[in-house]
Design a protein around this ligand. Sequence first.
Ligand SMILES: Nc1ncnc2c1ncn2[C@@H]1O[C@H](COP(=O)(O)OP(=O)(O)O)[C@@H](O)[C@H]1O
Ligand SMILES: [Mg+2]
Length: 288
Amino acid sequence: MDPALDAEWIARMSTAEITQLRRNSGGRSVMFKLTFADGRRAVWKPEQNQSGGSATNYVSEIAAHHIDRILGLRRVAPVSGRAIGLSRLRAAMRGDTEILGRIQREVIAREGQVRGATIAWLDGTLGSAIPPQAWTGQTRGRPVAPQMLERVREWTDLVVFDFLIDNTDRWSGGNIRTLGVGGPLIFLDNGAGFNQWRAEHDRVGMDILQYVCRFKRTTIAQLRAMGPDAPEGQRLGARLRAAMARDVLGAETLGDVHYRALDFRVGRLLQHVQRCEQRFGADRVTDI
Ligand SMILES: Nc1ncnc2c1ncn2[C@@H]1O[C@H](COP(=O)(O)OP(=O)(O)O)[C@@H](O)[C@H]1O
Ligand SMILES: [Mg+2]
């Protein structure tokens, strides 16, 4: 993902005319596919309740994109908020009783408007991925085989990223994707993060981190510079707040408790890294 394209994508996705609105199937959430006047496409995940079995929180998609960019991971597509009128949505789905029923039961409208996250459409085939064999072994104290280096980097970044966005729905199937079959990991479907209850109770949702003790040096350096020892305004929570404030919907959608909880998770993650360093030596923890 090239961050140089973000501004153009975000301007398009937040305000450009939508020329076509169709449903998108493939996941559990209610979601749609938008086409803009210039022919570019995006997925739109509306605000929805969980009665249909999805865990989708559209705000999590927006915030996850910004965290990816703040940390320089570059694995998340451009994402922006966008509201669409409920009547327009219904009109576009005319005749499709199944989706109209789901809109009725699951989609949340406020004063006739449905908020949601637009996610830039990724062209080409998306692959599915499973962790490389012996991946966790390579993340705990042993030397990393040179041919594994890039793989270990991307998988440990995925674990760090999910821990930070509080995503509990990566490993349930279908949510680990690559750009092209066998290509680099992309972090797609980030809608199950930023849980309200866990944020309010200082709980972390993901225990897979405990199996991982090797991290990308640059990612951890970034987090240390934005961690509990950094001045308030430089912490990840403050940076995310500033980024969300620039989104058309973002400022009003993520409550204060989430920025605090994000900083709490950064602290927890850095403590874990430190414990790994005590156990295996720093030169076997952040050496990739
Ligand atoms: N931005 C995108 N570009 C291309 N394909 C996408 C995009 N977003 C979703 N998809 C396709 O739709 C599927 C379901 O999307 P996902 O975000 O996982 O939804 P859900 O929250 O319902 O699981 C993905 O696995 C992928 O095949
Ligand atoms: Mg999914």
